[in-house]
Design a protein. Sequence first.
Length: 573
Amino acid sequence: MLLAREGRLIGPALRDLGVWTSDGSGGLIVPAVDLSERWGYLDHEGRWLRGPEFDRAQSFSTDGLARVFKEGAWSYLDLAGRTVLETGFSVAGPFSEGLAAVGLEEGEHGFGYIDRCGQVVIEGRFASAEPFCHGLALVQDPRSNKYGFINAAGEYVIEPGFTRAHPFDESSGQAAPVEKDGAWGLIDRDGRWVLAPSHVWIKPFTQEGIAHFMSRSHDEGYLDVHGTEVIQPQSNDGEHFDVSEAASCGLVLVTGRAMTGHCYFTAQGEQAFPDLELEWAGDFHPCGGAIVLAEGEWSVLRRDGRVSPLAHWEPVSDDDGWIPGFDGHRGLAPFIGDGGGTVLVDANGADVCRIEVDRDGSRLSLLLPDGTSIGSWEQDPDEDGRPAFTKPKPLFSSGPDEHFHLIEAWKGGVVGLARGLEAGEPGPFLPASLVSWEERDPYDLDEDDLAKALAGAIHILASSYIKEELWGEYLFLEDHYIDAYDRYFTVLRGELSAHYGEPLSKPPRRHGLRSSEGGGLAAWQVGERTLYLQQHCNYGDGDFEHQLWLALVQEESAEPRAGDGSSSPSEVS
């Protein structure tokens, strides 16, 4: 369903939406798919203008026509939802400059162009064909498999001689990226080189008239239509910066490990918002906003430089840990709010609505920012017992609920877990390293593991693994996990000390259960065995792990002596 600006639900139940377009009369129109997987078009009041009756439906092109697919063929609708052209073609592209590419024949040589009346105006003799832009269209010759450009009469203006190519820039039509002899350059409308082939790649031009490139030295940046490098960040130590390919609103995100946070550049190559220090930043979106972390606060940054701090935990991240931010055609970004609910925020940083899920995951409620309920839905668990609705899991503000496997240890039960180890029978065990990809149970050991195994019993209280891609993207994650596991260790050491007394000043195993690159270690003499609490921290090739282990070990030979301390968090190495 749709949420109207005044806070009411309108329209039918939907599975997804396309891109909103002006209907030419002051309203809006959007392709939408209902729960039965049928597509149609809605207006801004949530009313069906057409359908749902199609297998597929596309957004409207600049020519004011949209493609729909039904019964094996494409047709075209106008902004009123009326069918204006039935083509009978199983392959058809959007209209641009009065022409649309269609598959006229079966096989590899069948692409040509039709006009708005459905008449074939350019015969099907191309292996592929792109929309027209400033009077030229990119096509592929079926005999040589090379690319060239034709005019509206179907005549080659630039002969096919390129292994790959992109259309001319939409802003001026002055230049097109092409590849020849394994390198990319730019050509003008006469096929002459604006920039000789010299780059690993040149991407299509953005609406701002700039194109992302990578040089042979693997520097990234942006070129204008004259081949001038308008954005290419430089550093004194020769660092290679990551320059985003998602330029929007005339702004480009630039990151680098040597840089202080992230920053943006304009399409003219100037640094935007130079006084703004950002610990993390996402790409700008067409809605005019970007998600940023500024001075420890998650915020919305506007294209004019205004920053709106948010009173929410963090932005929602997907299963792989990436922040989707603002949806390109909806202009709302999901955040995790107090209590774990999802809050949708607009590009001005204002809360639009809140999504709450009951504890058992059977009920989802939609509320306005003031708490007014505007709808709720109930659904039974699936056949495997999984709840119908779930809350998003925090990544940047994750805590005990996300880190602990045995949450009772954090809720006052660590002594009880230790007493359980005392009562159990000892056996061989060896804690696994997540960085070393040892995905196994500490008791599931092979012959090599048994040679290094300890005798006793262990609980893996908590563990967290941050892969290389995430740490590289969110450098601040390291401090978050260090602080969290330091706190866990300190609290649990205190609870165990209150029961077992002061830790040993010199634990029998000074490196603990397994060598660690950081973290705390405490040990207590329990009869003839030693109780260990270890905060294990280890770094791999760009990734890292934190674990918290509680183990009772039968030492082979030990001369423990009671003391008045233990190593503090981050002291063991």
